[in-house]
Write a protein that binds this ligand. Structure first.
Ligand code: DGL
Length: 290
């Protein structure tokens, strides 16, 4: 983790909330953060050049996440939301407990998306049978199983890891077509075969909400499909209410800016679709991590 703060390249947003994902997925969280907390500034970082993270090992995911969070801190963010389940599952604890305390400003904060999601599960399911769709790395970490067992031991959780979904989405393939439908249907059917009593499916990868219309086609109407965007936005709002010392540090101009490790023109176009907002090209900068 970097030790100092380089002069911020964004004088128009002195202390934004950092939002980080492997690629476009975190934008499905940022969309709700901007809706619920419109007065704050947000700096989004998508490591599109190295996505998907979900196929990587723990040390690689941790290393990439350290570089990304360091970058956001160096840009002036007092707090960073890891808008990625894969990183939250594999690196959040290490970032919070190893890297942050030894950094130049241990009063900065790093928040994840798994805890708030699991807290909500108890309110969503009626019969206690929940399915989660997550990346192979998130499923392999068993973080959701452990958290659910701790917070809601009455819930029976079944996991399914679609291998192709993030790659399809990062490649812009998420509208209805034969290939996309095939991969969506296959994974939904497998999940529901493992536990036919599932009444709630939690999307536990921030990329997946853009596939929601496809997923809905293969799921019975009485099954609830839950996204994470509003859940994370509400838990961030509550966090800021509980922590006025952090709230006071954040700049409030209502501005968002975007960083990507890939080509910035393409990012602006794709990100607009995820965010349901138009992004001007000068709102995006290409950056190199490490
Ligand atoms: N958006 C990430 C998540 O929530 C996807 C990770 C990836 O495979 O790049 O897990």
């Amino acid at each position: 983790m970097t030790t100092g703060r380089t002069p911020t390249p964004f004088p128009f947003m002195e202390a934004p909330i950092g939002v980080f994902d492997s690629g476009y997925g975190g934008l499905t969280i940022l969309r709700y953060l901007r809706k619920l907390l419109p007065e704050y500034d947000f700096l989004y970082l998508g490591d599109n050049a190295r996505a998907p993270y979900g196929k990587h090992s723990l040390p690689t995911i941790y290393e990439y996440a350290r570089e990304a969070v360091s970058h956001l801190f160096a840009c002036g963010c007092p707090m960073v939301i890891i808008a990625c389940n894969t990183v939250s599952a594999h690196a959040l604890r290490l970032l919070q407990q190893v890297d942050l305390p030894t950094s130049s400003d241990p009063s900065r904060r790093i928040l994840g998306v798994i805890r708030p999601t699991v807290e909500r599960l108890g309110e969503l399911t009626r019969n206690g049978h929940v399915g989660i769709l997550a990346t192979p790395a998130t499923v392999k970490s068993n973080t959701y199983l452990l958290e659910v067992n701790r917070l809601h031991p009455e819930i029976q959780l079944t996991q399914q890891a679609p291998k192709m979904w993030v790659s399809l989405i990062e490649g812009g393939e998420y509208q209805a077509n034969e290939g996309v439908n095939y991969f969506v249907r296959r994974n939904i059917e497998e999940l529901l075969r493992k536990d036919p009593r599932i009444d709630t499916i939690q999307l536990a990868c921030t990329h997946y909400p853009v596939l929601l219309p496809r997923i809905r086609e293969f799921v019975r109407d009485d099954i609830v499909i839950a996204e994470q965007g509003m859940i994370v936005a509400e838990s961030t709002q509550k966090y800021l209410q509980r922590h006025p010392e952090m709230e006071r540090r954040l700049s409030k101009n209502g501005i968002s800016h975007f960083l990507t490790t890939e080509e910035d023109g393409e990012f602006a176009e794709m990100a607009g679709l995820f965010l349901h907002a138009r992004l001007a090209e000068d709102m995006v900068d290409q950056v190199q991590l490490r």
